[in-house]
Design a binder for this molecule. Structure first.
Ligand code: ADP
Ligand code: ADP
Ligand code: ZN
Ligand code: ZN
Length: 845
């Protein structure tokens, strides 16, 4: 480790013996009050050092000083494996959270700007004559004072319709025409009650008299009648006539009543989710979707009620505030004389709001609105929102730990990001940043380069010092990109002849800021979609393109609703636009994204790629397994017969602690092996199945050298740079970049027929330039086999290596949404109106 120009005592953070994850007993001294960049290939140990060690330790020290009750409110990091850390200031992590944030929040609540606006409306709004002043809470739909009385602040009302309760009216009641009814026993019970009541349960629903259908669905009556379980309608009739003893007395509930009651009262999230499928939502007629009471909505500022002002893009909100902040807004002399204090309050709040908005605009977020819900934001947007909030927080003497703040940023936006980081530093803070973008790395005061490779092959600090010094470190993978010998393009691009090429043509697309857009993508090549953030790339590619192609191919729209989000989604805009050509050339569409390959530790690399099936078959074919009649299922930790009973194959158990978050500990019975002792007695070439799951891909590749199907699968995993992962590494431990490459490897393993469309959204996020090179090689293989790749991308080195570029913009939000330029990279790099052009040109030599 190099360690120049550091005074041993002053202003340094000193780490000794860090061993978190793959870190190899690392010693490190890094300056405070500086911008420190952690670099290295994916999986080298950057996050383990910056987050897993430095941030985790700072948090641990902080939590020791607070009450056990307060501690529970934190997402606690595990205690880091490290001998000693000195000189560490308190830390704030601005980490990207992949997956769904659990709490409902919006841009306004994350930035706390909503609070300021409520204060503004309460104290300085224009009230109708005679109306009393309202408290700030009255402007929040989440308080009883503010919430609309009809929809309780949801903005939507939920109802059922005959269509939503009976999706397929060709079915009979016995065939579950009333799909909304509970499944299993309770559903049969309701059917048997109808039999007793004399309804026909064996005629298709649509042929039943309307009177009967309406009663079954909508009645509020709940008659209790004798039920003869298991008897046919005829037998039931006879039994009733003879007054035979029934099986039991059953109470009927109409379908509407059942759905609404369950939705309102159930404590089970699964039940709620289930019945929600049978409801439709409409805008609340009372507040017209604005979620607030009429009195609250009657108060205006700058001519808008608080809901309307929260729907403005931040850039326009700032324009609306500016005259009030600088005192240039027109106020009548009468008003001025009547409420002099109101003017002062208005100016103070407007100045504060404007100052905070300016930071958000500077970070390129002017296209967002305060009412935008955080689950619809990308992780990068959310991180920048939180960063902007910190810039205005006036904290000093803390370390901010950030995870790839450039994610989702066009090079034109990166300049503003660097400005925001500088402001935090100048205010007297330290910044520890994990990053891959070279523009950001070049801005560092200090670089900590981790490597040389990933996983077991990494975990060393190769360099710690001022940026220039890295030039001399031969082992560093980062060096080659930071100090390139010459601008060598990644590859030769394929020529696309607009006349002879086959095209996927989208027409009249409408979504978010796209308003009647036409877009063409050449088939059989690799296309990059570029543009500043908020210009409409994701709306076009990840939303409309994916949905239209899915519909055209007759696939389910591959949306993966996040927990508890269904209801919001049902309010989404319908799919607008159509495909006029190219669909006939496609048979499949695959999205290769960075979402986890599974949400529980039960899924892992080996199960996801399917290679574990082969492994289990090999074990089942051993002599001992045959003698004991163990089949392949025996070697799955998800199946009762083979797995450890105590932990049910999890390998660890949860230990509940009073006043503290529960912790996971290795299972005391199997010691983390996940299998029972009998299963582990079976070995294949002297290894049991738990030992195989413990192998890295590289080790398994050697071990299974004479098993061609396994070799092939392991080979592609190595090619995408994942040789360092263990076969049994749980899905929950994998980074987004690792998950993406596993998906890609799974695709590469299939026999490719050249009729697949691969859609990627910022595939290079989380990847070191060296990993990006590998990724490009793999994507090109898919294209060489005749497939089509369309990727949203910001890394200009990658864009320069694509065959075709579609540049969207020119700006964000309302100022974007059109195609500024489309063509081969060299042509787009010359387009005058394109903000991408100058950055792309640098990579075209
Ligand atoms: P980087 O940030 O450089 O991409 P990480 O610090 O995330 O790398 O990972 C370094 C190594 O530690 C990798 O081999 C990774 O698979 C492993 N690792 C990361 N998180 C965990 C975890 N929660 N448990 C076990 N191993 C982990
Ligand atoms: P990009 O992918 O280029 O960053 P997006 O397609 O995400 O841009 O966004 C384009 C515009 O559409 C922006 O103004 C953005 O705020 C808006 N937008 C994107 N997603 C949503 C959504 N779920 N709800 C409302 N507006 C959205
Ligand atoms: Zn309402
Ligand atoms: Zn166990």
């Amino acid at each position: 480790m190099t360690n120049k120009n550091t005074d041993k005592n002053a202003g340094n953070v000193r780490v000794r013996g860090a061993r978190e994850h793959n870190l190899k007993n690392v010693d490190l001294d890094i300056p405070r009050d500086a911008l420190v960049l952690f670099t290295g290939v994916s999986g080298s140990g950057k996050s383990s050092l910056a987050f897993g060690t430095l941030y985790a330790e700072a948090q641990r020290r902080y939590l020791e000083s607070v009450s056990p009750y307060a501690r529970r409110l934190f997402h606690q990091m595990p205690v880091p494996q490290v001998d000693e850390i000195d000189g560490l200031p308190p830390a704030v992590a601005l980490q990207q959270q992949r997956g769904s944030p659990t709490t409902r929040s919006s841009v306004g609540s994350v930035t706390t700007l909503s609070n300021s606006l409520r204060m503004l409306y309460s104290r300085a709004g224009d009230y109708p004559p005679g109306q009393e002043l309202l408290y700030a809470e009255s402007f929040s739909p989440n308080t009883p004072e503010g919430a609309c009385t009809q929809c309780h602040g949801l903005g939507r009302v939920y109802e059922v319709t005959a269509q939503s309760l009976v999706p397929d009216d060709s079915l009979t009641i016995r065939e579950r025409a009333v799909a909304a009814w509970p499944p299993a026993w309770h559903g049969q019970n309701l059917r048997d009650i109808l039999v007793t009541l004399g309804y026909d349960v064996d005629t298709p629903w649509r042929d039943l008299p309307k009177k009967d259908r309406d009663w079954i669905l909508f009645t509020e009556e709940t008659p209790t009648v004798p039920v003869y379980a298991g008897l046919t309608p005829e037998e039931t009739k006879r039994a009733l006539k003879r007054k035979e003893t029934p099986s039991y007395q059953g109470t009927f509930t109409g379908a509407r009543k059942y759905v609404l009651q369950t939705f309102a009262n159930t404590e089970s999230a699964t039940m709620k989710k289930r019945v929600a499928r049978y409801m439709v939502s409409n805008e609340c007629p009372l507040c017209r979707g604005k979620r607030l009471r009429a009195e609250s909505l009657s108060v205006t500022f700058a001519g808008l009620d608080i809901t309307d002002i929260s729907r403005l893009p931040l850039a326009r909100l700032a324009e609306a505030m500016r005259p009030y902040a600088d005192g240039s807004a027109k106020v009548s002399a009468k008003e001025r004389a009547a409420h002099p204090e109101k003017l002062i309050v208005t100016q103070r709040i407007a100045q504060d709001v404007l100052a905070r908005l300016d930071v958000l605009l500077d970070l390129g977020l002017g296209y967002l609105a305060l009412d935008r819900s955080t689950p619809t934001l990308s992780p990068g947007e959310l991180q920048r929102l939180r960063l902007a909030t910190q810039v205005r927080s006036n904290l000093f003497g803390v370390v901010y730990v950030l995870d790839e703040p450039s994610a989702g940023l066009h090079p034109a936006d990166t300049v503003a990001l660097l400005r925001a980081l500088d402001r935090l530093k100048d205010a007297g803070n330290s910044l520890f940043v994990v990053e891959h973008a070279l523009d950001v790395i070049r801005h560092a005061d200090w670089i900590v380069d981790v490597g040389p490779a990933a996983g077991e092959g990494g975990g060393h600090v190769l360099y710690s010092g001022a940026p220039e010094g890295l030039k001399a470190v031969e082992a560093s993978q980062t060096r080659r990109f930071l100090f390139p010998d010459e601008a060598t393009p990644l590859r030769e691009v394929r020529a696309v002849d607009p006349k002879s090429a086959a095209w996927l043509r989208l027409r009249d697309v409408r979504r978010n800021n796209l308003d009647g857009l036409d877009a063409d993508f050449p088939l059989g090549v690799m296309t990059a979609v570029t543009g500043v953030s908020g210009s409409g790339k994701s709306s076009l590619v990840s939303q409309v393109l994916v949905e239209l192609v899915a519909r055209g191919l007759g696939h389910e729209v591959p949306a993966e609703p996040e927990e508890g989000e269904e209801l919001e989604r049902s309010a989404e805009l319908p799919l607008e636009g159509h495909i006029t050509a190219g669909l006939e050339q496609l048979r499949r569409m695959v999205r290769v994204d960075q979402k986890p390959i599974g949400r529980t530790p039960r899924s892992n690399l080996a199960t996801y790629t399917g290679l574990f099936d082969h492994v289990r078959k090999l074990f089942a074919a051993t002599k001992m397994a045959k003698a004991r009649r163990y089949d392949a299922g025996r070697f799955s930790f998800n199946v009762a017969k083979g797995r450890c009973d105590n932990c049910e194959g999890e390998g660890f158990v949860m230990v509940e602690l009073l006043f503290l978050p529960s912790v996971y500990a290795p299972c005391p019975v199997c010691a983390g092996a996940r299998y029972n002792a009998k299963t582990l007695e079976v070995t294949y070439r002297e290894r049991n199945v738990a030992e195989v799951l413990g192998m890295t891909v590289d080790a398994a590749w050697e071990f299974f050298a004479d098993e061609p199907p396994l070799q092939r699968a392991l080979d592609v995993l190595r090619q995408v740079g994942l040789g360092y992962l263990r076969l049994g590494q749980p899905a929950t431990e994998l980074s987004g970049g690792e998950a993406q490459r596993i998906k890609l490897a799974t695709e590469l393993q299939r026999a490719s027929r050249g009729d697949t469309l691969y859609v990627l959204d910022e595939p290079t996020t989380g990847l070191h330039p060296a990993d990006v090179e590998r990724l490009i090689v793999q994507l090109q293989k898919l294209v060489d086999a005749g497939n089509t790749v369309v990727a949203v991308e910001h890394d200009m080195r990658v864009v320069a290596a694509c065959d075709w570029v579609v540049d969207i913009g020119p700006g964000a939000g309302d100022e974007g949404g059109t195609i500024v330029a489309a063509g081969p990279p060299a042509a787009v790099a010359r387009a005058k109106a394109s903000r991408t052009a100058p950055y792309l040109a640098r990579f075209l030599g």
